[in-house]
Design a binder for this molecule. Sequence first.
Ligand code: SAH
Length: 346
Amino acid sequence: MTDIKSMTQPELAAWLKERGEPAFRAKQLFLWLHRGAGSFDEMTNLSKSLREKLAAECRITRPQVARKQVSALDGTIKYLWQLQDGNCIETVLMRYHHGNTVCISSQVGCRMGCAFCASTLGGKVRDLTPSEMLDQVLFTQLDSGLPISNIVLMGIGEPLDNFDTVLRFLELVNHPDGLNIGMRHISLSTCGLVDKIDKLAQHRLQLTLSVSLHAPDDETRSRIMPVNRGIGVERLFAACRRYFEVTGRRISYEYAMIDGVNDSDRQADLLAAHLKGTPGHVNLIPLNEVKESPLRPSRRVAEFQKRLERQGVTVTVRRKLGGDIDASCGQLRRKAMKEDTLDGRA
Ligand code: SAH
């Protein structure tokens, strides 16, 4: 069955034309799908015969809420969605002053193996489809009743390891007949796949690229992020510079502060040196402790920040949201897997 919500409007138009339907039906169908219609029967402005054709050939994705946690501290909402094949993914809704932001997943699990991250512990199960990425935004908005204005691709998975799907998702979610979320309201976070960063640059999107750096030297970065072993920090920064030159968009560098691992003065100086001449912004993240990992949060965040600032680097420290609800990525899915309440596939 065709996954119809993964199709772009021109693709819908071509699909309809092949079946003898006028092109303007594509917009009507797209509007229904992107408003969250669950069946073709609801699409009352389409003819009965077209609705029957659609029902015979196509399916409409719709995740089920497997768990939902609301933070008593700050209103952050965490969803564990069960997909149609039984797999589970997480989405987090954060309520910032500048608007409600959803953090969405791009894969079921992850194969990047970062030492501090809960999402990668069970490896990658499969890629998500464009519709499954879109549904996270759509159904979070519908279920919570809160309008969503920003999206971060920072949930479970490595977005650039599911490149074509992510690009298609961006086209869908950005469409004026759909959720209409502007590219400048979208951030994509990557562990630093350099060939894919170059490929993304060619699309010249106005989104914000976040690079999960976490260490400025190869020895440390390769230890906590195996993906660095085949790439290296020099090549990563070179790709970031090219990205800026091609797109004109400043890169944001994520840096989770880990006690005794990446929080030394020497590392702050090296980071500042790498960023000389490359417009960028560093986001220091207090490490979220993952039970299975021996890594602990740094006690030197403020000192590290000051040392970078003295060398002209713009730095922010990420505010922690949803501290009472396992809100950091991968943790709720892990918990559900352990409790084995969801068919073992959560
Ligand atoms: N795969 C992508 C996106 C998902 S991770 C990436 O690597 O960027 C989103 C962000 O959370 C990344 O910066 C990641 O390194 C960070 N992160 C993962 N586990 C963390 C933890 N335990 N504490 C703090 N940040 C963490």
